[in-house]
Design a protein around this ligand. Structure first.
Ligand code: NAP
Ligand code: MG
Length: 402
């Protein structure tokens, strides 16, 4: 069989631990035999990040801007224990944080749905994608403990020295205060990323904040979304047959639970942090969650939502066969290949991505799966495979369909 051709490379960001092991298996078994794979390779494994003083992470993000599509393996975010384990020169920042800052993107997370792994919410039939704003609010907050009576104020000093003040509270006793901010430009990027992604995936977009209580802060988010929608997207949404609507966050939560899924739920930073864990858990498993970072210029970086699965890696190092689930990492690859195909008008490449995803789902629905799924599935008598056997089973299903 002739291999499927690519014209432009995509950016390949290799990673750490168990997911790095899976990365190679996925390429060897499921990609290289079928696709004439063109990638520009960046090794984001912690050793090489340390060797290059993390320059490789910056280079990989810039390459993503150049080529438009990247696929990333999970990576270690160093902490004190990793400093010793890897003998690091510095506690390097989270690669995802660095890449996000360079691409100025929004993260979209969606579950992969298969029969037999049922969501806890019985009405949910289609995926719910959470779009999380990744800048500001309490994540860039300043806090203070108020020891006793006194006045706390918000003060803005303009460049000409003039001051604007708002009373926060006239304290009669001790208490706490917090100051936080966001940027018009960042909220605008967030809005555009959400509208573009909705058009891309042909799904409705919901956005919710607490604007009835936060009449300036949250209300500004609501207004910016509405202004950009009316000026730039209303027509395109109509043509695509999809809808944008805004509602209060309380109402959104109630509607989400009653819905059947199949839409994008845009959330402010904190809401997205909390709700994405809720949605992921309610859909069944973190190992079945994909994630894509979309920049306002239309650059895409695909990855799995889970980490490097450290506990499995230590078993692997001892020579044990682990049953680590490769599905989210495979879907990171198919997402990137499909997007590459779309940008370069390569229907064969897009078709391959569809077939590989279907092979993954069919294999699980036929009862062959990794342990994390076997313990939650409703299917009778699931066959538990180790990662290597499972990837080989997917290959068999894929070959039958090609
Ligand atoms: P994790 O890698 O997501 O794994 C946490 C636990 O979830 C695992 O121990 C495993 O449970 C289960 N799990 C996750 N993915 C699985 C899969 N594909 N198949 C089967 N089980 C899976 O999180 P972590 O152990 O807290 O973090 C490990 C490293 O990953 C850290 O260094 C962290 O910095 C990094 N991390 C990276 C990213 C990223 O690059 N995007 C994201 C998060 C974390 P059992 O052990 O019970 O089987
Ligand atoms: Mg969280």
């Amino acid at each position: 069989m002739e291999k499927i051709k690519m014209t432009t490379p995509l950016v390949e960001m290799d990673g750490d631990e168990m997911t790095r092991v899976l990365w190679k298996m996925i390429k060897d078994e499921l990609l290289l035999p079928f696709v004439d794979l063109k990638t520009e390779y960046y090794d984001l494994g912690l050793e090489y990040r340390n060797e290059t003083n993390d320059q490789v992470t910056v280079d990989s993000a810039n390459a993503t801007k150049k080529y438009g599509v990247a696929v990333k393996c999970a990576t270690i975010t160093p902490n004190a224990a990793r400093m010793t384990e890897y003998n690091l020169k510095e506690m390097w920042k989270s690669p995802n944080g660095t890449i996000r800052a360079i691409l100025d993107g929004t993260v979209f997370r969606a579950p992969i749905i298969v029969k037999g792994i049922e969501p806890y919410v019985s009405t949910w039939k289609k995926p719910i994608t959470i779009a999380r704003h990744a800048y500001g609010d309490v994540y860039k907050g300043t806090e203070m403990k108020i020891p006793g009576p006194g006045k706390a104020e918000l003060v803005y000093t303009a460049e000409d020295g003039s001051e604007t003040r708002e009373l926060i509270h006239d304290f009669k006793g001790s208490g706490i205060i917090q100051g936080m901010h966001n940027l018009t430009s960042s909220i605008e990027s967030f809005a555009r990323s959400c509208f573009n992604f909705a058009l891309d995936t042909k799904q409705d977009l919901w956005f919710a904040t607490k604007d009835t209580i936060s009449k300036k802060y949250d209300h500004t988010f609501k207004d910016i979304f509405q202004e950009i929608f009316d000026a730039e997207y209303a027509e395109k949404f109509k043509a695509a047959g999809i809808e944008y609507f805004y509602t209060l966050i309380d109402d959104a939560v109630a509607r989400v639970i009653r819905s059947e899924g199949g839409y994008i739920w845009a959330c402010k930073n904190y809401d997205g942090d909390v709700m994405s864990d809720m949605v992921a858990t309610a859909f069944g498993s973190l190992s079945m969650m994909t994630s894509v970072l979309v920049s306002p210029e239309g650059n895409y970086e695909y990855e799995a939502a889970h980490g490097t699965v450290q506990r499995h890696y230590y078993k692997y190092l001892k020579g044990e066969k682990t049953s680590t689930n490769p599905i989210a990492t495979i879907f990171a690859w198919t997402g990137a290949l499909r997007k590459r195909g779309e940008m370069d008008q390569l229907p064969e490449l897009m078709g391959f991505a569809d077939k590989l995803e279907k092979a993954c789902i069919d294999t699980i629905e036929n009862g062959e799966m990794t342990n994390d799924l076997a313990i939650i599935t409703k299917l009778p008598n699931p066959v538990v495979l180790n990662s290597e056997e499972f990837i080989k089973a997917i290959r068999k299903t894929l070959e039958a369909s090609l």
